[in-house]
Design a protein around this ligand. Structure first.
Ligand SMILES: CCCCCCCC/C=C\C=C\CC(=O)SCCNC(=O)CCNC(=O)[C@H](O)C(C)(C)COP(=O)(O)OP(=O)(O)OC[C@H]1O[C@@H](n2cnc3c(N)ncnc32)[C@H](O)[C@@H]1OP(=O)(O)O
Length: 725
């Protein structure tokens, strides 16, 4: 795990624990033993520590925080090992490449010097997995780079690149990519330099005089940006101790706060989410194929059909990954509007310093435009992103099938439509797949890849690998109405509207949702995306119903015996489309304004509605609102597993965290359900089903019932699901 060798008077410690040199107990023990050996070796004058492979050290092994910890051969804890390194009379140089994160940066700060390659990144991302830097990071970083930057890095968990780390004083020098050679050369040059000023724990905290202001600004930022998370607060509290207490006493506080966090349910949930996100690309369709049995096709060029918000966002996601894109529209005006949208967004990135003008120019140089499918004969992959209309999508896919080479993969960015029906318009259904992006597509990390009945494993592998390449978290799901995310969402939005019928007001429902940690309420989000979108889809459904001989009554509260709320349609008929018209479930100062106000007109509309339908309005408790919004959603997650639409609970959680703003610190709806207790969820579902028998989303899932009895850990649910399919 840690190799020791000597080159002349330089001891070289190589940490070797693939894939990221995480600090396991054996790595920690290995570092301690090698440092002891170097200290005792009279031929050694200086020590270099570096990492084998792609990273220096990416932090403590996250498995160790909740799982079984290996027993240690040496008694010293990581903070003690680092103190031992810092106390060494022989200089120690950290030679950093790849990343030095978490415990990795803490080890580097226990060294007397830090050098790094230009592309190296450093950071204290512990907060993102619900803990804090427990090996002196909260105390050494403010001494090294100042209180303000340390508070920022530790409370947000963001990584910074070597040039910024150099500016902040976290590293001493940027060197060439031959990191070991550079480390040895640097070490030789510092052999005789005094170490006194190099032991970070002995230095004063920089910016201490501004502590009060910096700490209150950090807390204010956490309240705004990381609402509901306990780790950022404790991280700030730990850093603040560096101002109040001598180093050793502050270290005791750090250990105390670390224990609070590491045993918290938020930390466990965030660590579960960390591994779930890394599991998602490793798709598996039980009995069919999996990521390690199939090779993806290499996508060198792509096309996007439709230059609206979605299409341009997808084009940018591809361009950002250096994939040349042909953007296709039906007329010049739409095409020009789309290109302008892309140009403006890149110009914005340049203004914000996220891109240089040259980078933006290069990305745009990979964008071609066309009004004809004839220009798509050589592309490897096409992503259709026109509005949700089956007839239109089928027409496009038939044309693409004729225009594109036989090996090209044809993707539809549908959020709800039947992939098999879309594929039926082609002679290559094996190459057709759904790629459901989320708005804005260049930013949102989720990519829901929907396999049809005939989609080939190679096509699944290709879009999964493309997803990773463009920086997304790709999740494979099966084909059903609205797939995983929107199918579960449907239960939540329906129930939110039923609550309005029975006595709640939009802001009351939204505040329960936001208190739980979802950043935006159900009605706020409906106003933001526009009520007319759902209305258009529903009108298509009503037309279909009418064609099948069933008359649709606009006031009907039931469709095919299933409870339904016409409230959304009523609002649309009044021109209340949401923010864009200045009124929806809320009122806005003017069309396009962002701040929602409670609207007395809506309150009256709801009261009249309830009266008309003989519903006695009542005060609905926050607990009931919570259960009625979230329990059917969770139950639908179990039904999705039961139907084989998702194969693992982790995938559902990744979808909800990354596509719908579910608070990561609860792990996602499936993990959260397990925390609440599946038996409790099941019993509550049964209770409400009795009260609302005309809402099938209250029918408890059989899988939920069985898992509630079995009490299996969540990691075993996937296997249980596979065995039932
Ligand atoms: C009495 C009281 C005493 C108190 C004692 C306190 C003692 C505590 C002391 C110290 C505590 C330190 C806390 C930490 O250090 S926590 C860890 C901090 N580090 C991180 O959070 C980094 C997480 N990793 C990443 O950000 C990325 O993985 C990155 C390193 C940037 C690489 O990214 P990428 O190239 O995209 O690769 P993947 O993310 O897919 O990762 C590749 C595989 O590596 C696994 N991995 C990554 N990091 C870790 C880790 N820290 N621990 C375990 N495993 C890790 C990841 O799961 C992938 O695995 P697989 O291929 O199987 O999917």
């Amino acid at each position: 795990m840690v190799d020791y060798r000597r080159e002349g008077n330089v001891a070289i410690l190589t940490v070797n624990n693939p894939p990221v040199n995480a600090i396991s107990t054996r790595v920690k023990d290995g570092i301690y033993e090698c440092i002891s050996r170097a200290k005792n070796d009279t031929k050694v004058s200086v020590i270099v520590i570096h990492g084998h492979g792609k990273h220096f050290i990416a932090g403590a092994d996250i498995h160790g925080f909740s799982g079984q910890r290996e027993s240690s051969k040496v008694v010293a804890t990581l903070p003690e090992v680092i103190a031992f390194m810092e106390a060494s009379n022989k200089p120690i140089v950290a030679a950093i490449h790849g990343t030095a994160l978490g415990g990795g940066l803490e080890i580097a700060m226990g060294c007397h010097y830090r050098i790094a390659t230009k592309s190296a990144r450093v950071g204290q991302p512990e907060v993102l997995i619900g803990i804090l830097p427990g090996a002196g990071g909260t105390q050494r970083l403010p001494r090294l780079c100042g209180l303000g930057p340390a508070l920022d890095l530790i409370s947000t968990g963001r990584h910074i690149k070597a040039p910024q780390a150099l500016k902040l004083g976290i590293i001493d020098k940027i060197v060439s990519d031959d990191i070991l050679k550079e480390g040895i050369a640097f070490a030789k040059a510092v052999i005789d330099k005094p170490l006194n000023g190099r032991r970070i724990s002995t230095l004063p905290v920089k910016d201490a005089e501004n502590a009060e202001q910096l700490i209150s600004a950090a807390n204010a930022s956490v309240r705004k940006r990381q609402r509901g998370m306990m780790a950022p607060i404790w991280n700030i509290k730990a850093v603040a101790e560096s101002i109040k207490l001598p180093f050793d006493e502050a270290m005791e506080k750090e250990a105390e706060y670390f224990t609070v966090l590491v045993t918290s349910s938020q930390a466990r949930a965030l660590q579960y989410a960390f591994f779930s996100e890394r599991l998602a690309p490793k798709w598996e369709v039980p009995g069919v194929a999996s990521y390690n049995t199939v090779k993806p096709m290499n996508i060198k060029t792509a096309a996007v059909i439709g230059a609206g918000t979605m299409g341009t966002g997808i084009a940018m996601a591809l361009l950002n990954a250096r994939i040349p894109v042909t953007l296709v529209e039906q007329n010049k005006q739409f095409l020009e509007k789309g290109v302008k949208m892309i140009q403006d967004l890149y110009a914005g990135s340049v203004r914000l310093g996220k891109l240089t003008a040259d980078q933006a120019k290069y990305l745009l140089s990979n964008l071609k435009t066309s009004l004809s499918y004839d220009d798509l004969s050589t592309v490897d992959c096409v992503i259709e992103a026109v509005y949700e209309n089956m007839a239109l999508k089928k027409e496009i896919f038939a044309k693409l099938d004729n225009a594109c080479k036989p090996s090209a993969v044809l993707c539809s960015n549908t959020s709800s439509l039947d992939i098999d029906e879309i594929a039926s318009a082609t002679k290559r259904p094996d190459k057709v797949i759904g790629t459901h992006f989320f708005v804005p597509a260049y930013y949102m990390r989720l990519l829901e890849n929907v396999r049809g009945k005939l989609t080939s494993p190679e096509t699944i592998a290709t879009v999964q690998s493309l997803g990773v390449r463009i920086g997304k978290i790709p999740v494979v799901v099966g084909n059903c109405d609205s797939f995983v995310g929107n199918r579960m969402l449907g239960t939540y939005t329906s129930e939110a509207q039923f609550l309005l019928e029975e006595g709640a007001l939009p802001h009351e429902v939204d505040s329960v949702i936001k208190d739980f940690g979802i950043p935006i309420g159900a009605f706020e989000v409906s106003d933001l995306s526009g009520l007319d979108i759902g209305w258009r889809i529903r009108k298509e459904r009503y037309e279909k119903l009418e064609k099948s001989g069933k008359k649709h009554d606009p006031n009907a509260r039931f469709i095919n015996g299933e409870r339904f709320s016409p409230l959304g349609d009523t609002l649309c008929e009044k021109g209340r489309f949401g923010r864009k018209t200045g009124m929806g479930w809320y009122r806005y100062e003017k069309p396009g304004a962002k701040e929602p106000f409670i609207d007395a007109e809506i309150t009256t509309l709801l009261e009249d509605y309830s009266k008309k339908h003989n519903i006695t309005r009542r005060k609905i408790s926050p607990q009931e609102i919570f259960e009625r919004c979230f329990y059917p959603l969770i139950n639908e997650g179990f039904k999705v597993l039961e139907d084989g639409i998702a194969t693992r609970p982790e995938d559902i959680d990744v979808i909800w965290i990354n596509g719908y703003g579910w608070p990561k610190y609860t792990g996602g709806p499936m993990y959260y359900a397990n925390q609440i207790g599946l038996d409790k969820i099941y019993d509550t579902m049964c209770y409400y089903y009795e009260q609302h028998p005309t809402s099938s989303h209250w029918r408890p899932s059989a899988l939920l019932r069985d898992l509630a009895k079995q009490q299996l850990p969540i990691s075993q649910w996937g296997k249980q699901v596979a065995s039932r399919l």
